[in-house]
Design a protein around this ligand. Structure first.
Ligand SMILES: Cc1cc2nc3c(=O)[nH]c(=O)nc-3n(C[C@H](O)[C@H](O)[C@H](O)COP(=O)(O)OP(=O)(O)OC[C@H]3O[C@@H](n4cnc5c(N)ncnc54)[C@H](O)[C@@H]3O)c2cc1C
Length: 495
């Protein structure tokens, strides 16, 4: 929907600050603006109970850095050659140290759950000792942080319109100011007036396959383990009013996961989890029937080391996990324990204990020989048989000469043999409209679009490497900045 330049004759809803999307960033922006005395309205695409976006199903860690100096050094190093303006790095560094105090000031109870050095994703980089991750609550578990964020919104008179997606920004043609949002409610377009400002916090484009193909490198498709409601709407809305974009090629992934056609989000296979040692043999192969990676490597949110640098893990699609009967009968291929992920927490798919229901559905294919299995999944039989033979020889010798895998070195030995298709999967995208240190969305050239702000993974600061928990930490930091600056605007209609 293009931004109309004439104002509507009448408004269906109005507020001082209109926040589009209720995840961590929407929480921080709306509560901040409300604390400053503003009337805040949140437009949320999902129905009640499915709001919260990726934040709702995340691992619930948020970053609170220990001091601005080392935080600045660490973020600068994380960006590497994908430079981010110094003023943005400084703003991020200063604000990220305040996350914990801010939540405590609202009555939350942040407690540290940092397991040194595991939680520091790139300990070798300067400033990495700034990393302190927090969960709100005494134990690590499902959605503690989100539950606190949600209650902090809902205990205030902040209105939330569910199932009301923002579709376009309303721009004053004369001044270029953003004065409202066009949204869809009950199938009809409504005009929502923002007397002071609009804050876009509607997440990334992890469910928009066209944007994935256009913006993410080397991906014909990719699926998410997060919210299916994040479809890149914020990118389209901001583009339509002249915004610049940044970090569109960066995302938290890929990993390999199973994607069933009838379920919107992904299933990650236990066999490929770096910390699991399960019986039976399991490898991944590409369309040529050959392996392409150490399947058990603990990648850094999708990045793997290559020639002294970090690159995305290769994902030659379609990929297949090939495994034997010992693995098939050892455990469910997918771990349904609801720790994080949309499929576990919202979808609540019940994977059968012996994988038989998924075999029955045709998600898993089976054959008595490796060549027969290859035929079923459209691979060259001789190539797959050769791959399996070489993998098995490596297991016998106690080494993986091709990719150096050291975990689950179990041969694919026991017939029948099985295959399940793997797709590239991600947690979230980082790209979106470029923002400045005031959380304003800017045009190419850097001029802010008046009265338009953003926070969160929609145009995140992360340009290259990513520190786990950094997204929610950033949501809180830039959400507060957006909320403060939106509240500081003078109402354009004089009210
Ligand atoms: C499985 C998983 C684990 C993760 N673990 C962590 C972790 O532990 N720590 C960490 O920092 N990060 C983690 N991440 C990443 C992190 O969750 C996200 O980057 C972050 O929560 C994004 O917050 P957000 O507020 O920007 O967007 P979201 O939390 O995704 O919220 C966006 C909201 O906008 C709504 N929306 C979308 N389009 C519209 C529209 N047009 N109009 C109105 N509303 C709209 C959505 O329904 C949603 O409610 C994880 C992600 C996943 C998927």
């Amino acid at each position: 929907m293009d931004a109309p330049t004439t104002l509507p004759d009448s408004w269906d809803e109005a507020a001082d600050v209109v926040v589009v999307g209720l995840g961590a960033a929407g929480f921080a922006a709306s509560v901040t603006a409300h604390e400053l005395g503003d009337d805040v309205l949140i437009l949320e695409k999902a129905p009640e109970g499915e709001e919260g976006g990726n934040t709702r199903v995340a691992g619930q860690g948020y970053l609170n850095t220990s001091n601005p100096e080392s935080a600045e050094a660490y973020l600068t190093a994380l960006c590497g050659p994908y430079k981010v303006p110094e003023v943005m790095i400084r703003t991020w560094s200063e604000e990220m140290c305040r996350n914990n105090d801010w939540l405590a000031s609202l009555g939350a109870d942040p407690q540290e759950h940092q397991h040194q050095p595991v939680g520091i994703e790139f300990p070798e980089l300067p400033g990495s000792d700034c990393v302190h991750k927090f969960h709100d609550g005494p134990t690590y578990g499902y959605s503690l942080t989100w539950k606190r964020f949600e209650s902090l919104v809902k205990e205030r008179p902040i209105r939330i319109l569910y199932e009301t997606p923002g579709k376009g920004l309303i721009q004053n043609g004369g001044t270029g100011e953003i004065v409202g949002v066009r949204a869809i409610r009950d199938g009809k377009t409504i005009a929502v007036k923002a007397r002071k400002a609009v804050v876009l916090t509607c997440g990334g484009f992890e469910n928009n396959q066209e944007m994935i193909r256009d913006y993410l490198p080397d991906l014909p498709y990719c699926y998410t383990s997060g919210s299916p409601y994040n479809e890149g709407d914020g990118v389209s809305m901001a583009l339509a009013v002249g915004a610049d974009l940044w970090h569109m090629n960066n995302y938290a992934g890929p990993t390999m996961a199973f994607k069933a056609e009838e379920i919107a989000t992904t299933f990650s296979m236990q066999a490929f989890h770096f910390s699991k040692e399960l019986p039976g043999g399991a490898i991944a192969v590409g369309p040529d029937g050959k392996r392409f990676t150490d399947e058990k490597y603990k990648n850094r949110h999708g990045k793997v080391p290559l020639h002294g640098t970090w690159k995305k893990m290769p994902t030659p699609c379609p990929m297949h996990m090939i495994f034997d009967h010992a693995h098939m009968t050892a455990a469910p291929l997918w771990d349904a324990t609801p720790r994080h992920g949309w499929t576990q927490i919202i979808e609540k798919y019940e994977w059968s204990a012996d994988n038989s229901a998924e075999l029955e559905k045709g998600w898993i294919k089976s054959a008595d020989t490796v060549e027969g299995l290859a035929e079923l999944i459209g691979l060259d039989g001789a190539a797959l048989a050769d791959t399996v033979a070489r993998w098995n020889a490596g297991c016998d010798a106690g080494a993986d000469p091709e990719y150096g895998r050291s975990l689950m070195l179990n041969p694919i030995a026991e017939a029948p043999y099985y295959a399940i298709e793997m797709s590239p999967s991600m947690l979230n995208t980082q790209g979106g409209p470029r923002r400045n240190e005031n959380a304003q969305i800017v045009r190419p050239g850097g001029a802010p679009i008046p009265r338009l702000y953003s926070a969160g993974e929609l145009g995140s600061i992360y340009s290259y490497l990513y520190q786990g928990t950094g997204n929610i930490g950033e949501c809180l930091a830039f959400g507060r900045i957006a909320g403060r600056n939106a509240a500081a605007e003078q109402a354009w209609d004089g009210n």
